[in-house]
Design a protein around this ligand. Structure first.
Ligand SMILES: NC(=O)c1ccc[n+]([C@@H]2O[C@H](COP(=O)([O-])OP(=O)(O)OC[C@H]3O[C@@H](n4cnc5c(N)ncnc54)[C@H](OP(=O)(O)O)[C@@H]3O)[C@@H](O)[C@H]2O)c1
Length: 367
């Protein structure tokens, strides 16, 4: 199977994704008979590029990182540029081999222009994989309906806990289990800042370190004011608890007002302050919240250091189920996009027999 990919957004995540595709090229071909061809790149200010035969994406990654454009700039709204790209690949769309990889900047208010990018892609017969929380946090139900009607995939594993398979876990491995709520630390930047403050570092030094690593959002308020965690909490609640929440309507308080003194005082009492995102269904209604909480030391979430994340799911059959992420970063997010592409390839063609156990398992021939 060869999938043609149009990348909308070519920032930290997309460029790491391009490199990961190169690193895993042989393994993808050997184990999944999968080849990935990047035919389009669309950015906001750094130009656009297209080639039906496939772009030299690693070369364009270096080009952009040395301060040059990937191609000609196009001042039209990005959704129109995207529609033009998609129209050139109608043949691969018809055979379900066209995928849009959406990694534009998070807009927590309206999810735009990402929501329009997803709609335009599905309408043109492309699958969509995204690391952008906006569409799932704000328009999940509509977009899923559109994807189902178009018989295409809308996948978003990278939106919560990077490469850790949260949504795949629920979708593929927990049949008949109902998730009734969750509690978690799901924003790496704020956990890094809080643990750095415990070690005596300043808030702003810790935030700069996260910005330099490409982990913090382009607008740091999205992290420190709890917006990113709120978007993830809504994505989880909408998908796993069948909720209809949006980030601006849930209770949200970030860590901007948390002082070094409060962090140190909690520490002296053997407690730790964490930014906790939670949701629960009560009397048929789902509510969610994001706020700093002082946790006792024996709480699993209190043990999380620096960029570590964890979610504890409450379920009807399995009781509490915890997923802990010890390593978070761009590679993990890029991996999530790659794993979503493998899911799409498996829809088109099951993994060949020679794939080693553990790599080919899980195929159920969905859709
Ligand atoms: N960084 C992480 O660790 C991480 C982890 C999980 C999820 N995410 C999510 O992944 C997405 C990308 O993150 P990132 O760190 O790669 O961001 P980034 O480095 O800021 O890159 C964003 C990219 O999107 C492009 N873009 C923005 N608005 C656009 C528009 N209207 N049309 C076309 N292109 C547009 C930008 O183009 P210009 O540069 O030309 O403006 C840039 O190429 C975000 O939604 C983020 O929340 C990030």
């Amino acid at each position: 199977v060869t999938l043609d990919l149009v990348l909308v957004g070519f920032g930290n995540v997309a460029r790491r994704f391009v490199r990961l595709v190169e690193e895993k090229r042989q393994g993808l071909a050997r184990d999944f008979d999968l080849r990935l061809r990047i035919v389009g790149i669309i950015t906001r200010r750094h130009g656009t590029a297209h080639s039906s035969r496939g772009l030299d994406a690693p070369g364009l990654t270096e080009r952009l990182e040395s301060g040059r454009l990937v191609g000609k700039t196009d001042n039209r709204p990005s959704v129109r540029v995207l529609r033009d790209h998609l129209a050139r690949h109608a043949a691969s769309a018809r055979t379900r081999r066209l995928v849009v990889v959406e990694t534009t900047t998070l807009d927590v208010g309206r999810g735009q222009p990402a929501v329009d990018h997803v709609r335009a892609s599905l309408s043109a017969g492309a699958h969509v994989v995204t690391a952008n929380k906006g569409p799932v946090a704000i328009a999940y139900r509509d977009l899923m309906r559109l994807a189902d009607a178009a018989r295409r995939r809308f996948l978003f594993e990278g939106t919560v806990m990077d490469g850790i398979p949260i949504f795949n876990l629920a979708r593929e491995t927990l049949p008949v289990v109902s998730v009734t709520g969750f509690r978690g630390v799901i924003n790496s930047t704020t956990n890094f800042i809080l643990t750095a403050m415990e070690g005596g570092e300043t808030f702003s030094d810790a935030l700069s370190a996260m910005q330099k690593a490409g982990i913090a959002e382009a607008d740091p308020s999205l992290d420190v004011d709890g917006w990113d965690a709120a978007a993830k909490a809504c994505a989880l609640a909408n998908v796993l608890l069948d909720a209809r929440l949006t980030p601006s309507t849930i209770h949200r308080r970030g860590i901007r007002d948390v002082t070094s003194e409060q962090v140190a005082a909690a520490r002296r009492m053997g407690r730790r302050i964490k930014l906790v995102a939670s949701a629960a269904r009560r009397d048929g209604k789902v509510t969610a919240a994001v706020e700093p909480v002082e946790l006792p030391s024996d709480d699993l979430l209190a043990g999380l250091e620096r960029q570590q994340n964890a979610i504890i799911f409450h379920t009807d059959v399995l009781g509490e189920l915890a997923i802990v992420q010890l390593g978070a970063g761009l590679t993990q997010t890029a991996y999530a996009l790659l794993s979503d592409l493998v899911t799409i390839a498996r829809d088109i063609r099951p993994a060949p027999r020679r794939a080693r156990p553990g790599r080919s398992l899980g195929w159920r021939g969905q859709r």
